[in-house]
Unconditional design. Structure first.
Lengths: 345, 386
């Protein structure tokens, strides 16, 4: 008992001025006070203890959180760096894909340029000979003959100019394809674009692989309006789909199935709100379990080194960026049909 | 049902008190109080066998456990004896004692559930156990597997803080490693109660990176005791138990995170000075996250008492008796206030009460549907024979 309370208790017990009942009442009150004091003392000690513990816990937790914050910041910085590196790698891969497709074009373009250059060379040669004949006739004084020859030379020059311009256009187209897209949409004749890339793809593959052989046809729509697209990008998409189609039919042809005639068809249609481009092949088709994956980046069924796996993924992104849609329908052993729809402006 | 609580410092003292109450209490049929069942909570240092035999001779079934500190509505006994006598109809209950086999743990606990459903169509359980590893959750799961997950299970683990184990006993049987179950016909006997904690989680989550049963070896790959001391301070250390073991202040249990449900409390009871591993009241799995706790505010005592008042008001207007299983940690945590908690509960129904400070409690939390194994709680149950 508290010493002072004890003293009071003893005094009360010893007092002869109080009766027993009064003493009992007072002593009971003293005991109650003692109990209350004990409780208060306990509460105070406990509170102090908890305060100390809380203080320690708080300090340690703050330190821990500071350390975690630093760790998170470092992890963030590392992640940012990784992201930058990944973006850079992605850009490089995309460039590789472009270069790969450009490479595929090269042989086709070379073939395409060869034709007008042949005209230029041949007509130039003819004009050389005609110029000599012209000299001869002038010296002989045969003016009428000279005039006829001059007319032929002029005609030939026009043809040289025409085919020269053809070659120029092909080179321009190739340069445009190789350049990074400016993102600027231009009114584009999709019929012309499809025709160009179909022939480029075919001749490119022929140049790469002498054994490659396939039929192709193009069905254009005479009423096709020009639409605003980024021509390099749409051209890239067409090239990718057409190349894939040729690859598929060539692969099937090499399996040696009797009576098989590989064919790739490109058709264009002018619909109400959209224009549609379909690229169809009669290859082996895409298995059901792979169809969902074909638009995923880096997905390819070609052997290593034969494809980046980015072609369809990029094509998908390009079409979507144009507000269009690209879908695939395929049946195993029968063929595949890619359909693009682009909004008319 | 009539109930009477008795407490004393020796078997001789309680024996006299038992005789006195058998003769003093008159029931309406004038035949005197004839108790059938006795809850006996007493110190292991006293003659628990003698007390059990004494009651057995009087035809009273014993649900007994050795404990460190026990109490009735009259107050706390330290290393004494408390007995709660009830004249419950013998057909409404059955006592079984199962020795626990760790090699076949699930089978052991399944036996308890099976015995329950075999005995009554709607069984409830009051249990106590003495197990060195306290697979408390296992007990819950094992019984629930056989009876159903909303089965009522209330109880407390026996033993003292010297050995963290005790003895459970019934008429003619006892063991140091087992589970004592009072299976009750819940259709005839109403049981209502909750387990209340009040500890507040503090600080950030930490992960137990290595553990063995109830021993935590490392926390986030650092020796467990180093981490605990770092965050709780030196106040957490208690007294030396042996050359390598030191007790811990149970006022700072850890709260184990669970995927579903509220955290499970685990008091940290002692640590090994050599390995710095920490011993908890219950098994702890590797990879579990936890937070430290601060002791409850003093007003949690009001929460405990209010929980009983709410049940009295809404579910059980009357009771015949009350049992309390309160974590031993609360005794040191609340000091002289703990009597306020115990007495407050007893005063709700103003009926005889007995209980002890346990090494783990069973019961459902406020708002909970299923019983769980806890540390740091006050788990109480009011009993009424219909």
């Amino acid at each position: 008992m508290n010493r002072d309370l004890e003293n009071i208790k003893v005094s009360i017990e010893q007092s002869d001025k109080l009766n027993e009942s009064e003493k009992e009442t007072i002593i009971n009150s003293i005991k109650a006070v003692e109990k209350e004091l004990t409780i208060l003392e306990f509460k105070l000690q406990r509170t102090e203890k908890v305060k100390r513990t809380t203080s320690v816990l708080l300090e340690e937790t703050i330190e821990e959180l500071e350390k975690k914050r630093t760790d998170v910041e470092q992890a963030n910085a590392a992640l940012k760096k990784s992201l930058e590196e990944l973006k850079s790698a992605q850009a490089q891969l995309i460039q590789t894909e472009k270069m790969a497709s450009l490479g595929e074009l090269t042989a086709g373009i070379a073939h395409e340029i060869q034709n007008p250059l042949n005209f230029v060379n041949n007509f130039s040669e003819v004009n050389s000979e005609l110029a000599e004949e012209l000299n001869d006739e002038i010296e002989k004084g045969n003016l009428e003959e000279a005039k006829d020859i001059a007319r032929d030379i002029i005609e030939n020059e026009q043809k040289i100019s025409h085919h020269g311009k053809r070659a120029e256009a092909i080179v321009k187209g190739m340069l445009q394809h190789s350049r990074t897209s400016t993102g600027q949409k231009e009114l584009t004749d999709i019929n012309v674009l499809a025709d160009e890339y179909l022939r480029l793809a075919y001749h490119g593959l022929r140049a790469k692989d002498k054994s490659f052989n396939a039929d192709f046809n193009l069905e254009i729509d005479e009423n096709m309006p020009k639409i605003k697209v980024i021509p390099q990008d749409i051209g890239r998409v067409l090239l990718n789909l057409i190349n894939n189609a040729f690859y598929a039919v060539d692969k099937k042809a090499k399996e040696g199935m009797e009576g098989y005639k590989p064919i790739v068809s490109v058709s264009l249609r002018n619909k109400d709100d959209v224009i549609e481009i379909e690229v169809m092949d009669n290859g082996n088709g895409i298995p059901d379990n792979l169809r969902e994956k074909i638009f995923q980046p880096f997905f390819t069924t070609k052997p290593t080194g034969h494809g980046t796996g980015l072609g369809l993924s990029l094509s998908y992104d390009i079409i979507k960026a144009h507000g269009g849609n690209i879908n695939v329908v395929s049946k195993e052993e029968e063929g595949t049909n890619f359909k693009i729809s682009l909004i008319k402006n | 049902m009539i109930a009477k609580s008795i407490q004393g410092k020796s078997p001789h003292e309680v024996s006299d008190k038992i005789d006195k109450c058998l003769s003093d209490i008159q029931v309406s049929n004038g035949q005197g109080f004839k108790p059938t069942l006795a809850f006996v909570f007493m110190s292991i240092k006293l003659d628990w066998k003698g007390v059990s035999e004494l009651l057995d001779q009087k035809g009273i079934d014993v649900f007994g456990a050795t404990t460190e500190i026990e109490f009735t509505e009259e107050g706390i006994e330290d290393n004494g004896i408390v007995i709660l006598l009830l004249d419950m109809n013998k057909s409404n209950y059955k006592i079984i004692l199962n020795e626990f086999e760790y090699s076949n743990a699930m089978e052991t606990v399944h036996k308890i559930g099976e015995a329950g459903v075999k005995t009554f169509s709607n069984p409830a359980f009051i249990i106590s156990g003495s197990l060195s590893d306290w697979p408390g959750e296992l007990l819950m799961d094992g019984i629930a597997d056989k009876v159903g997950h909303e089965v009522k299970i209330i109880g407390g683990m026996a033993g003292d803080t010297t050995t963290f184990s005790g003895i459970i006993f019934t008429n003619g049987e006892s063991c140091r490693q087992g589970i004592l179950s009072l299976i009750i016909d819940n259709d005839k006997i109403e049981l209502n109660g909750v387990a209340v904690s009040g500890f507040k989680a503090v600080g950030t989550e930490k992960v137990i990176t290595k553990s063995e049963g109830p021993w935590i070896l490392t926390i986030e790959n650092k020796p467990a005791m180093d981490v605990i001391k770092k965050y709780i301070g030196n106040d957490v250390e208690g007294t030396r138990i042996s050359e390598t073991l030191v007790s811990l202040n149970t006022a700072y249990p850890i709260q184990l995170k669970r995927e579903v449900g509220s955290p499970i409390m685990r008091p940290t009871l002692m640590y090994n000075t050599e390995t710095k591993a920490v011993y908890c009241g219950g098994s702890v799995k590797e990879g579990t996250s936890f937070r430290f706790s601060l002791p409850p505010d003093f007003d949690v005592i009001d929460t405990v008492i209010d929980s009983s008042r709410e049940i009295k008001e809404k579910e059980m207007n009357e009771a015949d008796a009350l049992l309390i299983f309160s974590c031993i940690g609360r005794y040191s945590m609340f000091g002289p206030l703990i009597e306020k908690e115990n007495n407050g509960l007893a005063e709700t129904w103003d009926k005889p009460m007995a209980g002890f400070f346990s090494l783990g409690e069973f019961g459902k939390v406020i708002g909970g549907k299923v019983p769980e194994f806890h540390g740091g709680t006050c788990s109480w149950v009011a009993i009424k024979e219909k």
